[in-house]
Design a protein around this ligand. Structure first.
Ligand code: C2O
Ligand code: CU
Length: 442
């Protein structure tokens, strides 16, 4: 059969079976050098992008479907794409040297993602990550619920910060001693969707789903919306078991929250400030501007819920199987290494578990720095902080372990394979703070 006949048949099949065409929606992401215009400079800033977009294209899939994404690496160095938070087949997890070969310059790799969970996720490289993410390679991946809840708007805010020089270029020294002795590389220009202090328009009476993603290398955000009622309805891509108000929620690199934000019907003409309150010096992130119009009817929304699939009781009889001590040493590639049990990646102290057996892990921070610890391919529950019971009404895939703090988590390995576990401060991870959890069939 010649090619054009085949194309015609594929087209007809596509028309007859539109749902299967949707499920197999092929997508192409190309990593390449590009430019991004920040407002303060005359010339655009050289960046690395997916498809010339900063941030990368917003991917929307639907729960229960399979998405095929063809990745083309047009950078001058190897790369890969990791789908942060998605529970997918191990071979599609995008970790060079662990789940796949690095994708070399000029090479392609096809990712097939079976979307198990609806929620807010994101994607980024997992090679030379402290540089590749910082130069702009990252994007948001939304998995829609089977039936889309009727919020009046669905906003996606990818929070980031950039370390820009006076000439508008990205500061090109990575993994510096300064970064490594502290909490990684913190930028001087905070952005939302790569825009500096953007303004968002709403009508009075709206009810908005606001998805916040911390895509920064190292900066921690604690977003606050002055004057508006906002509730946390999902954390790290999973609905909470109990909705709670947004108050000093700590969003470390990798973390996401979904908020339910209500614009009061009488708020026409108001301006609400969104600011970061993590550090002592609060700074503005964005503004929400309400049109001076007549209010719309506020939509009735029941935020999606999920079963409490790993209740804390499940771990009552389980002993801590692994304690990872987090600390710095002299040595490694950059002179300062960040270790897990005194070991630097790839010479790591690994864990091995059997499928389906509940596990407890303790991250014990012996340093005075911050370590947002992330495990690929699972949702976990925080059980204890410093030996005291924690009662978070949600699961996570990334938890901030503060200075000298010890955090115990519980999870059930449900997907076989080798899953990376690391600090999501990119500079700490590059300097050695990574290991793996090997999940085997019984
Ligand atoms: Cu965003 Cu290895 O992770
Ligand atoms: Cu760290």
């Amino acid at each position: 059969m010649n090619l054009s006949r085949m194309a015609v048949i594929t087209l007809i099949l596509g028309l007859l079976f539109p749902t299967s065409a949707y499920a197999e929606q092929p997508l192409h992401l190309e990593a390449k050098e590009s430019y991004h215009q920040f407002p303060f400079f005359d010339t655009p800033t050289p960046v690395w992008s997916y498809d010339d977009q900063i941030p990368g294209p917003l991917i929307r899939g639907r729960v229960g479907t399979t998405m095929v994404i063809d990745f083309a690496n047009r950078l001058k160095e190897p790369s890969s794409i990791h789908w942060h938070g998605l529970r997918i087949e191990n071979a599609m997890d995008g970790v060079p040297g662990v789940t796949q070969e690095p994708v070399g310059p000029g090479k392609n790799f096809t990712y097939r993602l079976k979307l198990e969970d609806a929620g807010t996720f994101w994607y980024h490289p997992h090679f030379n990550s402290s540089e590749q993410l910082e130069r702009g390679l990252k994007g948001v991946f939304i998995v829609e619920e089977a039936a889309k809840p009727p919020w009046s708007q669905d906003w996606v805010w990818l929070m980031d910060d950039w370390l820009l020089q006076k000439d508008g270029t990205i500061y090109s020294q990575f993994n510096t001693g300064r970064d490594l002795m502290h909490d990684g590389r913190w930028g001087n220009v905070p952005t939302i969707n790569a825009r500096f202090r953007p303004e968002f328009q709403v009508k009075p009476g709206e009810r908005i789903r606001l998805r916040l993603i911390n895509g920064a290398n190292a900066r921690i955000f604690s977003p606050h919306i002055e004057g508006l009622a906002a509730s946390v309805i999902a954390v790290d891509g999973r609905p909470v078991t109990e909705i709670f108000p947004l108050e000093r929620f700590v969003l470390s690199p990798g973390n996401r929250i979904d908020l339910d934000v209500r614009i009061p019907p009488q708020a026409g003409g108001s301006i609400f400030a969104v600011e970061d309150r993590f550090t002592r010096n609060a700074f503005p992130l964005a503004t929400i501007k309400v049109a001076p119009s007549t209010p719309i009817d506020t939509p009735e929304v029941t935020p999606p819920t999920a079963a409490d699939f790993i209740p804390a009781q499940m771990f009552a009889e389980v002993k801590v199987g692994k304690t990872w001590d987090l600390d710095a040493i002299r040595g490694g590639r950059f002179g300062i290494g960040w270790t897990m049990n005194r070991k630097l990646w790839p010479d790591a102290d690994k864990a091995a578990y059997r499928l389906g057996e509940p596990q407890k892990v303790t991250f014990k921070n012996s340093s005075s720095r911050l370590h947002p610890m992330h495990i690929h391919g699972v949702f976990f529950r925080v059980l204890e902080r410093n030996g005291k019971k924690a009662a978070e009404p949600f699961t996570r895939d990334t938890v901030l372990v503060g200075p000298r703090e010890s955090v115990t988590i519980g999870f059930v390995p449900e997907h076989p394979g080798i899953w990376l576990t690391h600090c999501h401060i990119q500079e700490h991870a590059e300097a050695g703070m990574m290991t793996t959890i090997d999940v085997k069939h019984n």
